[in-house]
Write a protein that binds this ligand. Sequence first.
Ligand code: PLP
Length: 421
Amino acid sequence: MPTDLSPVDDALADALDDERTRQRETLSLVASENYASEAVLAAQGSVLTNKYAEGSPGERYYGGCEHADAVERLAQERARELFGADHANVQPHSGTQANLAAYQALLDSGDTVLSLELRHGGHLSHGQPYTMVDEHFDVVHYGVDPETGRLDYDAVAARATETEPDLIVSGYSAYPRAVDWERMQTIAEDVGAYHVADIAHLTGLVAAGVHPSPVGVADLVTGSTHKTIRAGRGGMILCGEERADAVDTAVMPGCQGGPLMHNVAGKAAGFAEALTPAFDVYARQTVENAAALADRLQTRGFDLVSGGTDVHFALVDLRETHPELTGAAAEAALESVGLVANKQTVPGDHRSATVASGLRIGTPAITTRGFDAAATERLADALVDVLDAPDDEAVRDDARETVAELCRQFPVYDGGAVASA
Ligand SMILES: *Cc1c(COP(=O)(O)O)cnc(C)c1O
């Protein structure tokens, strides 16, 4: 399906077509990426991009919102059903925007926020330097246990007692283990703090029940909608009825103006897909593939942070086994054979985030393409071959051939996976 822009704008049409080809002919192992369905793409590319709809369904600041209302109600209802939440705000433009609104709903300027360190797998929007969160709040951090790579909940509790936060943030970007939401909630309650659980990465796994849900446990649950849930780029906030007004006001006018109604439509489409039994199978397979990948990497001599995974990615620590290979060099070597992953700092990393000593390797996108455990192991072998000999052209050629075969065997778009029926 060529992009329908030429002859109006050849340069732009070419770039978009090239990107579509890149997505079809390489394999994304970026743990936060996925392939949205043709239905989600159609919704996001719809005339709703034209419509102003500030406010909530039935209570808008603009006329002509009846169809926007219908779309947003569908997205809200489906989100509530998927996650078992009383209230869903589907307007945040992204996961970061959802977090800003969550802080706005719960905190006053100058309050203390306790969150995981970025280098241990936290997220920028949890208050790292150079963010507005860091400017407006007093941000302090907890870490993972450097030996086990896991959260030590007693240590988090001790840190909470020591720092007396107003808010504790859980939910992470690069933590390969299941999170104990109840334990985090108890820690927060014990120091009189709110608890925001950020499931940006875990949305699909939580919706399908393959990771425990923080809904009904944490005060607010935030997330992105384009990662494991495949509902197109955006964000959302889930909460109980008692915080619904505070959350809605914090999103608009607190942090945003008009919602991106075309993206709200994408969320409605993606959430409908996530409500089908096929999506549960997908989420389970995503985790099984990550386990298969982790096993294969360990069998072939790699260290993984925490020694494995419970979720949709493995986090490779290159320091002991491949001391000469940085995360950045590993990322570049893999990209040269069509495997797209991202460098990542690991707990205790002495390298900067732009160099890093780790590599995050995720299975959400390849599982959407139809990969099973056997195909994932084949991919893992090609990946390990390249990391073991990043400068060997013959090895790279073989890996390139494997990637091309896997892309042909598991096509995406243009009749492949996620094409409309
Ligand atoms: C990806 C992510 C976000 C939000 O990212 P956006 O790019 O703004 O959607 C928030 N929190 C965590 C933990 C994430 O991994």
